[in-house]
Write a protein that binds this ligand. Structure first.
Ligand SMILES: *Cc1c(COP(=O)(O)O)cnc(C)c1O
Length: 387
């Protein structure tokens, strides 16, 4: 069976073979529990975890002790929001987030609303960016947290993170950013950006699935979070559970590779992405969504008019693996909440495709995608005229 060309790297990325190689010894040879402090098996595992913690920290200019390993970014998002809500209860109960956040953030916010939390869901402009004036006007005396993602998973739009960090600092509010789609793709610096909490996921950056991290700032200011999982007190008490040593080793290697190769990555995927866009945007009644100047280099979000969205996706996916909106919601036929927030009508949102390129995308993949998508769109439009 011939697999479709993979242009869905924002849903997940293949694990880099160099990452797999690094992980392998940690299954059956160096299998100790990193918390076993009495023997060499434990020490070797701990040493590997320490090294990975350093590599992940370096990727975002953090220090190793600020990295809390979790099962992924969904858990990290939950820990950041629920953990801050509980820990800063005395200061207030108000959180500001954005309508275009990932469902892990939005659902965690809805969950704290049920527990007496007060949440503002900021709108975005038609280009997907928040308006900083809206953000500042939403701040109240009891605001404890601003939660704005670094880059959007559907459109690739990069929010004005440094400016948000400055606003948060000015008002003495914590700034949490879901950094999953940005980290390892573009330079991310939690110091420069004034970020206090940031979630990361290994499988979005050529590492294994089921491992992620939450960056928790240690000083200026030191952030405290209420733990969400009780147990042996691992990860400075913030996340109990035996550490996933092979996963953590893979995450560390993935971070190291991303850091050493991102220049090359950025240039290549940008060239391919631009080629894809240039061709597809030549079709009639086709447009690109999201600010062209503030976005990730490997993502193209394109709407095609005069086609049925379900048919479009089904036909395109026969040869090119892409998604409409987020993978998490693609099981349903609801239009993307991100595109709706940007003002797209439901029908237009439904006939939109997200192309996300990756480290292993070739120019041939792009040529095939251009040819196939053009063919499908033209065919569907012709069928529509004759029925
Ligand atoms: C994929 C993704 C997540 C969830 O990460 P997991 O590690 O799969 O739980 C969270 N936020 C964003 C922006 C994502 O793209």
């Amino acid at each position: 069976m011939k697999l479709p060309v993979y242009l869905d790297n924002n849903a997940t990325t293949p694990c880099d073979p160099r990452v797999v190689n690094e992980m392998l010894p940690y299954f059956s040879e160096t299998y100790g529990n990193a918390s076993s402090h009495n023997h060499l098996h434990g020490w070797l595992a701990e040493e590997a975890v320490d090294q990975s913690r350093e590599q992940v920290a370096r990727l975002i200019n953090a220090s190793p002790r600020e990295i809390i390993f979790t099962s992924g970014a969904t858990e990290a998002d939950n820990l950041a929001i629920k953990g801050a809500f509980e820990a800063y209860e005395k200061k207030g109960n108000h959180i500001i987030t954005v309508q275009t956040e990932h469902s892990a953030v939005l659902d965690a916010c809805r969950s704290i609303e049920k527990r007496g939390g007060d949440v503002t869901y900021l709108p975005v402009q038609s280009n997907g960016l928040i308006d900083l004036n809206d953000l500042e006007s939403a701040i109240r005396t009891h605001t404890i947290l601003i939660a704005v993602m670094y880059a959007n998973n559907e459109t690739g739009v990069i929010q004005p993170i440094e400016e948000i960090g400055k606003l948060a600092a000015k008002h003495g509010i914590l700034f949490f950013s879901d950094g999953v789609q940005a980290a390892g793709k573009i330079p991310v610096d939690v110091q420069k950006d004034g970020i206090h909490l940031m979630s990361l996921s290994a499988h979005k950056m050529y590492g294994p699935k089921g491992i992620g991290a939450l960056y928790v700032r240690h000083k200026n200011p030191g952030v405290t979070l209420s733990k969400q999982i009780d147990g042996g007190g691992h990860e400075r008490g913030m996340r109990s559970g035996t550490l996933n040593v092979p996963g953590i080793v893979g995450f560390g290697k993935a971070a190291k590779l991303a850091l050493s190769e991102w220049d090359e990555f950025e240039e290549r995927v940008r060239t391919y992405r631009d080629k894809l866009e240039q061709h597809l945007l030549k079709l009639d009644d086709t447009n690109r969504n999201g600010s062209p100047n503030h976005r990730l280099p490997h993502v193209a979000n394109i709407s095609f008019g005069q086609v049925n969205g379900t048919n479009l996706l089904r036909q395109v996916n026969k040869k090119i693996a892409v998604s409409s909106g987020s993978a998490c919601s693609s099981a349903s036929l609801d239009p993307s909440h991100v595109l709706k927030a940007m003002g797209l009508p439901d029908k237009r949102a439904l006939s939109t495709i997200r192309f996300s390129l990756g480290r292993f995308t070739s120019e041939k993949d792009i040529d095939q995608a251009i040819e196939h998508v053009e063919k499908v769109v033209n065919k569907l439009r012709k069928e529509k005229l004759t029925t």
